[in-house]
Design a protein around this ligand. Structure first.
Ligand code: KG4
Ligand code: ZN
Length: 365
């Protein structure tokens, strides 16, 4: 049996990551051999958000040492690698170019093929990095800093969009609300920590589109409601009110995510759910989804907690799974192009199921 060793680079935003995955040719699950990550959170914290130019420069600095770390950890050499994968998009253009440039230069030097990976496909498939791997088909709730989508996943590369946010993403709602509450960056984990000390029924916040009947989301109005409430409380807001508002905000976001996910499971009739993306690390979301799934006879699958947010492992894994499924198109021409905006529906081998997604009035991309 031959194996494919895939080196993967992630550089779409603020967490340069590198990983090495082994994919057996007999179709057995790919295995993560090593991964290394650097978070730029401290560097961006002073600015209250990601500064793209700083992010790109840091990716350039970090990716080679991270690669050396991964090779040392796995005991593998550059010569053993069969394929170099990198995040092609979506993400910050400069940051993507740093990873793509390094991947293609290294591949050219080693005479290896490259594969540009869709960042969201990496998140979608990331539960396969854990011990509890789902079978196809499943519903996926993809909740990251830039995306909130419900997908039907029939196989590697066969993704049907069921619904998505029409404005802010769930992660953005966490991040922006955290900023309004003076909780710093990155906001999601900070808001979740603060919420532990608060009362979620303290403030009545909207649950946008909860009863819209479709599978789309909207979080912009919630952010405005948090802003209005924060203004009412004023600059000298006490710690308890801040914790209460954090808990109320988190509850509003989670309520909507859970309700829409249940609707997607009902409509598709599927009994497996995958939760992926940074917001998938949220404890309340996991607890509520687990409870709802148990009630409806659905099994929920999550990536290992430390692989919920961006990492190189999911990029190497997605490439490995594409190769195994025969839906990868590795390239040897080393000319690369990144796609800062890249709707998942535009990936190769994508199907759109009109009966599941009747609305056509949303601009995608
Ligand atoms: O998937 P990800 O690492 O990056 C993107 O592809 O965007 O997701 C980052 C997002 C951020 O908005 C961050 O605040 C949020 O995930 N996040 C969380 C938690 N951990 C990360 N949101 C809520 N609770 C958490 N524990
Ligand atoms: Zn991500």
């Amino acid at each position: 049996m031959s194996v494919t060793l895939v080196l993967g680079f992630e550089s779409s935003c603020d967490e340069p990551g590198v990983a090495l995955v082994r994919a057996p040719s007999d179709g057995r699950a790919p295995e993560l051999l090593a991964h290394a990550l650097h978070t730029q959170a401290a560097m961006h914290a002073d600015y209250g958000g990601v500064v793209p130019e700083l992010a790109s420069r840091d990716h350039i600095r970090r990716l080679i040492p991270l690669t050396q770390q991964v090779l040392a950890q796995s005991g593998q050499s550059l010569q053993a690698i069969d394929l170099i994968a990198y995040t092609r998009g979506p993400g910050l253009a400069g940051a993507l170019l740093a990873g793509a440039g390094l991947a293609c230069a290294l591949a050219a030097a080693l005479h290896l093929p490259t594969l540009g990976v869709h960042h969201l496909e990496g998140h979608l498939l990331s539960p396969f990095l854990g011990d509890d791997r789902p079978e196809f088909p499943f519903v996926a709730l993809l909740v990251s800093g830039g995306h909130t989508q419900l997908m039907r996943v029939d196989a590697v590369g066969r993704y049907t969009l069921l619904g998505e946010t029409i404005d802010d993403a769930a992660g953005e709602a966490f991040d922006k609300s955290a900023k309004l509450l003076g909780l710093g960056y990155p906001g999601g984990p900070a808001l979740a920590r603060m919420a532990e000390f608060g009362e979620s029924a303290a403030y009545r916040l909207p649950r946008p589109l909860l009863r819209s009947g479709d599978l789309d989301f909207s979080f912009a109005g919630l952010k405005t409601a948090v802003l209005t409430q924060a203004r009412k409380l004023g600059p000298n807001i006490c710690e308890q009110s801040r914790a209460d508002l954090a808990a109320s905000t988190q509850a509003a976001i989670v309520d909507v995510l859970v309700a829409k996910t249940l609707t997607a499971l009902k409509r598709t009739g599927l009994r497996r759910l995958v939760v992926a993306g940074g917001v998938g690390a949220n404890r309340l979301l996991r607890d509520q989804l687990d409870a709802a799934c148990a009630e409806h006879g659905v099994r929920a699958y999550y990536p290992p907690l430390h692989l919920c947010t961006d990492n190189g492992a999911m990029i190497a894994l997605a490439a490995a799974m594409r190769v195994q499924a025969g839906v990868a198109k590795p390239s040897r021409d080393y000319a690369f192009e990144v796609k800062p905006r890249w709707p998942l529906e535009e990936l190769d081998a994508i199907e759109t199921d009109a009966s599941l997604k009747p609305r056509t009035d949303i601009q995608r991309g």
